[in-house]
Design a protein around this ligand. Structure first.
Ligand SMILES: NC(=O)c1ccc[n+]([C@@H]2O[C@H](COP(=O)([O-])OP(=O)(O)OC[C@H]3O[C@@H](n4cnc5c(N)ncnc54)[C@H](O)[C@@H]3O)[C@@H](O)[C@H]2O)c1
Length: 435
């Protein structure tokens, strides 16, 4: 009975949708539900984010204020008050799943969120976990908590896992054009899950269990981490052989089948690829298994900043300069191009290694005007404006993140020496070293 009422409310869009965690994942999803006509309540424990959103403003560069202002006008309600969970029909959890200092899964955000929601859960609700996690999380951690609160999953409340797929800064896709995988705790849960996402996502892909949905997301990200590791290793080999890896990748990518291009860089960044694979590594141990590809890719990817620093040292050495005392300008400190997200950015690791070796560090990033507060790093720096004079004032310019907004001609014309970690400058250039 609960199921039928809930399905009807989801299908005729009278259901109220609660999104928990208004970050890179939860915020665009909230806007999408609002856009198609649902009433949305957005929950976040960070009151400062709630306050900004309530004013119809954004705090994430690539998510425009206009969409937020429109949603607020249409009834989108950001709040830090989790007791409002009682008023919603769906609770979609989009909270962080980082690693702890031992590089093991840190489920505290997910579990604290669920524990905080439990007193407000009621019959006839659906809960969907979107945070990337290891197979078994929904069944082993969420389901028992809900059932301990006296609610039967599949009858009173419905539980699904539906991983988020986001590519911030990629204009080719939006939330509703990216197919979404969904697995339910029970067949009824899956049915409700498909209705929950069916109105807002063009293609919802059902799978037979929450575990299959959880592992699907990990496979996608492990596939990327391993292939990036492979191409980073190929870069080191090609460099030693005097071959330009970027030329080789471009040539290989003309093969119309069986090859997918991945691009090397100064190391892995972002909230997903450097972190998620280790969720599987941890869980696999319970089964006496080792995730060797993941470990190997992790090893190669995490040593890339050191390799780049070696190339920098060699390039300066050629010009009879040591790293110590050299003025180095790092271009791009976000973890990837055209976004302002600094999480796990290899640029920052590079800045930190170079500074420890005595370099005088500055940075320029049109998306990050001043160096933000980070857990592991602290730089009291503002983004340097790129002019011919400023560029000429540095011993070395390190292209770490190739934002489209950089004026690459001016950079090449005025920088004394460029170390390019992104393969931006094609062919042989007198002042460019590829790394
Ligand atoms: N960013 C991406 O591109 C991306 C893509 C796919 C999947 N994911 C996954 O989605 C999940 C969320 O990632 P994100 O990038 O949106 O994180 P985020 O840090 O941008 O946002 C998470 C939000 O949750 C809030 N929060 C934390 N605990 C809370 C609680 N108890 N109650 C309410 N709000 C709480 C935080 O204040 C924050 O605003 C992670 O598991 C991540 O791996 C992220």
């Amino acid at each position: 009975m609960h199921k039928d009422t809930l399905l009807k409310r989801l299908n005729d869009k009278t259901a109220v949708i609660g999104i928990v965690g208004l970050g890179y994942v939860g915020l665009p999803l909230s806007l999408r539900y609002s856009e198609v006509g649902y009433k949305v309540v957005g929950f976040d424990i960070d009151q400062s984010k709630v306050d900004i959103l309530k004013q119809g403003q954004t705090y994430i560069e690539h998510i425009g204020s206009e969409g937020i202002a429109r949603a607020i006008k249409d009834g989108f309600e950001p709040t830090a008050d989790l007791s409002r969970a009682r008023d919603v029909d769906a609770l979609i959890l989009c909270v962080p799943t980082p690693l702890n200092k031992y590089r093991e899964p840190d489920l505290s955000f997910v579990l604290n969120t669920v524990d905080a929601l439990l007193p407000h859960l009621r019959t006839g609700q659906v809960m969907s976990l979107e945070s990337t996690t290891y197979p078994g999380t929904t069944e082993e951690e969420l389901r028992p908590r809900i059932e301990k609160a006296g609610l039967t999953v599949g009858e009173d409340v419905f539980l699904v896992f539906s991983p988020e797929r986001e590519d911030p800064g990629n204009a080719k896709f939006t939330t509703h054009t990216i197919p979404k995988v969904c697995g339910g705790s029970t067949p009824s849960c899956l049915e409700v899950g498909l209705a929950l996402y069916g109105q807002v996502i063009n293609t919802v892909v059902p799978v037979s269990s929450t575990q299959a949905a959880e592992l699907t997301k990990l496979l996608e990200n492990i596939h990327r981490a391993v292939n990036i590791g492979l191409v980073n290793e190929m870069k080191i080999i090609a460099d030693r052989m005097g071959i330009d890896i970027h030329e080789v990748i471009r040539a290989a990518a003309t093969k119309p089948f069986g090859f997918v291009p991945y691009y090397p860089g100064p190391g892995l960044g972002g909230h997903c690829i450097p972190i998620d694979p280790f969720y599987l590594t941890w869980k696999a141990r319970e089964y006496g298994l080792h995730t060797r590809f993941i470990e190997l890719a992790g090893e190669i990817n995490s040593t890339m900043p050191e390799w780049v620093v070696e190339k920098i040292a060699d390039a300066l050495n050629e010009r009879e300069k040591p790293i110590r005392g050299s003025k180095i300008l790092v271009l791009g400190i976000a973890y990837k191009k055209n976004v302002d997200d600094m999480r796990e950015s290899p640029s920052v690791e590079l800045m930190s290694i170079l500074q420890a070796k005595g370099a005088e560090i500055a940075y320029s990033d049109p998306h990050v005007p001043s160096f933000p507060k980070m857990r592991r790093y602290s730089f009291d720096l503002e983004s340097v404006e790129l002019t011919p004079e400023t560029l000429a004032g540095y011993d070395l310019v390190l292209l770490a993140t190739d934002h489209d907004r950089f004026d690459y001609d001016t950079i090449e014309k005025h920088a004394k020496l460029i170390v390019d970690t992104r393969g931006h400058y094609l062919g042989v250039r007198s002042n460019v070293v590829k790394a």
